[in-house]
Design a protein around this ligand. Structure first.
Ligand code: HEC
Length: 238
């Protein structure tokens, strides 16, 4: 009986928690004229997962100085924010956690702050959710490709990029990679640089990776491209 009481108590607490998770809009103490990103855009996370880093935005006034106590509201189709609304701190910034939805691909996050004369200032960030296939591609990238295709060195992995000429591109480099067709990318990954009259320093992975893995690699490259990759002839309205 005692247990049942505890259970009911716990359930009541949970319910109360739910009600508290959608608090009333905080009341702004000040208004800005501009909102800018400090950090948190262009992150990758698995579908349904929180972004690794919080979103940090800053509200400034007409004089360019940070505004304390301005209200910032976050929107994004399928994205959950904790909290979805907040007041800027003493450095004019708000920090929120964001969790992406269950569809792989792009998510657009908008942050908005009301202006004193009416209307609102807003800005958008792009975040990217990786589905199963892109996650496999990402793992393969870490294992095989990143040591040449990423300029950043870590204690565990020294980047080779600066020693290569012509230098390979980062897979986020949409300006370059979006112009290469699926067929050519697949060919190059399977048969190496010379398959496309490119550098032999780009190895052939046809014996190492299964066709499905090369497809996963391709899917990963297309998903993280910046600017975003548009399937030829198809425009997605989102
Ligand atoms: C040993 C270094 C090295 C590794 C490892 C490597 N690449 Fe490359 N890759 C290159 C070089 C060098 C080029 C540039 C070739 C050129 O422009 O002539 C290149 C070019 C490419 C290109 C054409 C676009 C670009 O960046 O110029 C693609 C796509 C590519 N590599 C995919 C991959 C994939 C996928 C992997 C891992 C499975 C991989 N590479 C691993 C060296 C490497």
């Amino acid at each position: 009986m005692k247990r049942l009481g505890l259970l009911i108590f716990a359930a009541a607490l949970l319910l109360a928690g739910c009600r508290h998770s959608s608090p009333q809009t905080p009341k702004p103490a000040a208004y800005g004229t501009q909102i800018t990103e400090v950090s948190g855009g262009k992150q990758l996370a698995q579908v349904g997962s929180p972004l690794p880093q919080p979103l940090v935005l800053q509200v400034n006034g007409a004089d360019g100085n940070p505004v304390t106590g301005a209200l910032v509201t976050f929107h994004g189709d399928g994205v959950q924010f904790t909290p979805a609304q907040a007041l800027t701190d003493s450095s004019g910034q708000v920090t929120v956690e964001a969790q992406l939805g269950y569809n792989p691909g792009d998510y657009q996050v908008t942050a908005e702050t009301p202006k004193s004369g009416g209307g609102a200032a807003s800005m958008s960030l792009r975040e990217i959710a990786l589905g199963y296939e892109q996650t496999v591609g990402r793992m393969l990238n870490d294992k095989y490709c990143i040591r040449c295709h990423d300029p950043e060195s870590t204690p565990e992995r020294v980047s080779n990029l600066d020693n290569l000429s012509p230098a390979p591109h980062q897979f986020t480099d949409g300006a370059t990679l979006n112009r290469i067709s699926d067929a050519d990318l697949t060919n190059m990954i399977a048969h190496g640089g010379p398959a496309l009259n490119k550098s032999p320093q780009m190895p052939a992975y046809g014996a190492t990776l299964k066709p499905a893995e090369i497809k996963a690699m391709l899917s990963y490259i297309r998903t993280i491209a910046d600017p975003p990759y548009q399937t030829p002839g198809v425009k997605y309205g989102k």
